[in-house]
Write a protein that binds this ligand. Sequence first.
Ligand SMILES: [Zn+2]
Length: 95
Amino acid sequence: MLTTSTVRGIAASGAAHQVRIGRDYHYYGEARYLACDTCGDQRTVTEDGARAAAESHLVGDHGVCTACRTEFSSLPWLLGLLSLAAVLVAMIVAS
Ligand SMILES: [Zn+2]
């Protein structure tokens, strides 16, 4: 299986969970897979439903809360914006 993307989530208990979305090529065409690193669950999914199925597995089977996840993933963006602002200020001061 070739992993094409991963969906991560944090449960209310603080535990991190990860589902990998992968693809495989067969004589009858392309197949999409989900593989959960926490419980080892593997299943085939449709092309369109892969990400939604991964998210529903995290929420339904492992108690991942979507609010925790967005809060968690916005931090790198904030840090990136802050460093960008710092570079801009440094350029203005230097000119
Ligand atoms: Zn799982």
